[in-house]
Structure formats: structure tokens, C-alpha cells
Write a protein that binds this ligand. Sequence first.
Ligand code: NDP
Length: 509
Amino acid sequence: MNRTENQMLIIFGASGDLTARKLIPAIFNLALGGHLPENFVVLGTSRSDISDEEFRRNVVSESEHLEDDLNGKKKKVVEKFSGQLFYHKLNSDKDSGYAALKDRIISLNQEFHTDNNYIFYLSTPPSVYEPIAKELYEQDLHKEDKGWKRLIVEKPFGYSLKTAKELNRALQRYFKESQIYRIDHYLGKETVQNLLVTRFSNSIFEPLWNRNYIHHVEITNAESVGVEKRGGYYDKSGALRDMFQSHLLQIVALVVMEPPLNASPEEIRNEKLKALKSLRVMEDEKTLHENTMRAQYIASTIEGKAVNGYREEENVDPNSKTETFAALKFFVDNWRWADVPFYVRTAKRMPTKVTEVVIHFKSPHHQIFKDSGMNSKDNKLIIRIQPDEGILIKFGVKVPGQGFKVERANLDFYYSSLVENHIMEAYERLLLDAMQGDPTLYARADEVEAAWTFVDPILEYWKNSDEKVYGYSAGTWGPETADDLIEGSAGWRNPGAQLADDPNYCVIC
Ligand code: NDP
């Protein structure tokens, strides 16, 4: 196991939602699991005027996000954890703000012996990532002559290829690439990491993972909620930027990549980069028209409750063309995947919350049981990322009785059956990795840029063309025409909340 050295975590945006909802609960669980180093403190900072005590109350003792965790926990553990949290009001006066912050960091470092090792976590609006990095640089807080310094950056990493490059260059002006950790919480999910293990440590899958045996690959990311209170942000972003460019392309990279030489962070990230670079960029209008689809949810009734359409949501432009549903078909230009179509869709207000990868295998070349009903039932490997995490294999079995009627059976494995260990939440795992200096699950600058290279032309096409924005009733699996994207098959697999469900249902009333 890697060693976690003494250190200080400095969170910018400490008065914000992410800090209270994800970061502090993750650190609390690391504390409970005994993963924090002996000398460790958290210094939260933002412009709000709050004291250490108020900060502790907001994010620990009175936090709705920790309520369940605090119940039944020994008072001493909670008190010790709270005592490791501090807050510093960042003075908006540019000249004195960061010098005072540096003084506070130095004083806490001396008092708690955190060995000059600092992680700076930027949980602020992206517009201030660069100014904060610059200020830290000017205060010499990037220098590693005494202890190491790391910078964690939250998504979004840019808004387009151009802005992503600008952000990368800007951060790299002040910190070395090896110090920069771009967090994508999807990669912290056990089931996403398990994609690598499924592929590369099982000789029953590895030989089949190519164009000779795989017919097509399907990835669905569905959310049952709408944009909720994030309408203002979402309307400028959309499904393709919000989910596909980051999380889903990371999953695509893990499905597509070649085996790395070994499990070192750089080897894995090099292969992911090659995978992203091998996605065929769609450039001409005909290809973009035929292989991309966007839509918005419209008002409907779900389980008896009326729900707004996207354009009626708070802070959304009533004439908005921003997609809440995006579906793409694309190809991967390399030896392994030549001619194998990939279908990926992501959407809000679908019937259930689910993310899964479905590998559809080709039918056997020589069909013996032609009239058995098996032709239309391909073998599938379903890797469920969330919820009800697990793996399902669908294969043909003989229906008991005369003749050779074939039915499809399920072979399933559930992650929850591995109950002996606490399964770390994504932020927990990723924070611990950064604390130990392991960047494997963090995105490198070139990976982010390769992902934008693929996504940019689609966004440009949608912005500048008359490509339709379809409507779909909230609570359904998207516009009917989305099935047309998948040639020669029954369409998308519409999964249920449970891994082995096959409902194809719709909860519209
Ligand atoms: P919030 O708007 O809730 O919080 C933003 C924080 O940034 C506040 O604490 C604000 O505090 C602080 N802030 C704003 N300007 C500055 C500044 N100039 N210097 C220092 N601090 C500043 O946002 P979230 O917590 O929701 O999100 C933070 C980041 O994480 C965003 O980039 C977001 O995209 C990303 N993210 C969030 C997720 C979530 O679930 N919330 C999920 C994935 C990513 P103050 O005004 O007091 O300075």
C-alpha cells in the first residue's frame, strides 16, 4: 500500500456546495478508515467571512451531508476530525489576500508539522482557476524545494478545445503538469476501474475484445432528474459538454484502449490518450447529421406528478436549443476496432438513473439453431457502473423440452456481494490517490485536449446548423428516432434500476 505523507489540504471554495457535499464527507470517511496521515489539517478558504468554528459547524456538526455518518460515531472521533479543520477568509484585496493566506498556511504547517506538503484543491468557479494558480505561484507556493505541492482542479476543464488548451497552458505556466491533478469523479468509481480488470485479467474476455467478435458497443448514461437548480449553468453547457466530453469519453477510452505495458500511471494514461486520439473525428455535415442526435425533455407527468419541460426550467432560456439528450454513433480508427460502431447516449429526465456499458457480441458464423429464436438475441456483456453495480452476461440456453428452442439466460455478479470491505466513494478514493501522489485516475492535459478534439466539431455543427432539436416526454427513453441511430438492431437496451431487469419500460402516465 502507498504511504500517505504528512500534509495540508487547502480547499478554495470552502463555503461552496461541493466542499460540504462531497469533499468534507470524503475526508471524514478517510479519517474513519484510518487513511489520513498522522499530521494532517484542512484549511478551507473563500471570500465569505466565517470563523474556524462556523466552518466546522457548517461542514461537520450541522452538515446535512454528514448527518448519517455522525450518528452513532464516537464523539471523540468527530471532535478530533473537527479540530483538524480551519478556515481562512480570503481578502478580496488583491495585494494582501494571498500573502495573508500564505502566512496562515506557514503558521498551521509549523503548528501541526505537515512537512510543507500541500494540496491546493480548486473547488471554485472555473473562471478563477488561473488567477488562483497565478497567485499561489507569486507567493512561491508552487515550489517543491522543501515539501511537495499539488493542484487539484475540478471539472469543467474548458468549454471547448480552444478554452481547454488555454486553461492547460495557463495552469502549466504556474505548476508543472506532474503537479496538476484534473479530477473526474467518474474515474473514482470502483466499477469504472473494474473495466480495466475485467478486460486485462480475464482470459475469457481478453481474446474476444476486438472487431472479430464484437458487433457493437453501447453506452448509456441516464439521469431521472432534470436540471434542478442548475438551469443557468446547464443551459450554457448541455449534455455533450456536461457528461460526454468528460465522464463518458473516459469510459470509452477504457473500453477502447490497448493493454498498457504495466499498471503505472503514465502507461495507463498513455494508452488512454492513444484510444481518445483514435476516435474518428466527425467533420463533414453529412456524417454529423447522420450520426449525432440532440433533444430536450418536454413537460409531462411522471408517476402522477406534473414535471416541467426543459425550456420552462428556472434560469433556462425559453428558446434554448441546449440538449438534455445527446446520442452519437462513431467509429474508432485502429486495428482492434475497425468497423465496430460505438453508440453512446446521455440524457436527463429518463425513466431511471443508470450508467452501463453493453458489449454486443457477433452471432456465431454458422447458425445451427436457425429457427430457435436465438438469431435476434445476441450475447451481451453488460458492465453496470451505477446503480446496482455489477456484471451481467446474457447467453443462450436450451428451453427444456423437445427440439432446440433457445432462450437467453443471465449470469450475474453484483459488487455488493463483496461486502467485507467498505467500498470507497469516488471522491474518497481520488483524494487519497492525490494525497499519495498517484495520478492514474486523474486526467492529463493531453487526454482532455484529445477528448475536446472529438467533441468540438459536433458542438460547432449543432450550434451553426439547422440540425433538429427533438422533444421527448420527460420520463421516457428519449425521442423515438434515437433507435434509428442503431442500424439493424432492436435499438438501445433500455435498462431497469436492477442490473438483471429487462423492462424496456416507460413511466409516463
Ligand atoms: P459553489 O458555487 O457552491 O461554490 C463556489 C465556491 O467558490 C464558493 O465557496 C465561493 O465562495 C468560492 N469562490 C468564488 N470565487 C472565488 C474566488 N475568487 N476565490 C476563492 N473562492 C472563490 O460551486 P460548487 O461547490 O458547486 O462547485 C465548485 C466547482 O466544482 C465548480 O467548478 C464546479 O463546476 C465543480 N463541480 C461541482 C460539482 C457539485 O456537485 N457541486 C460536481 C462536479 C464539479 P465565496 O463566494 O465565499 O468566495
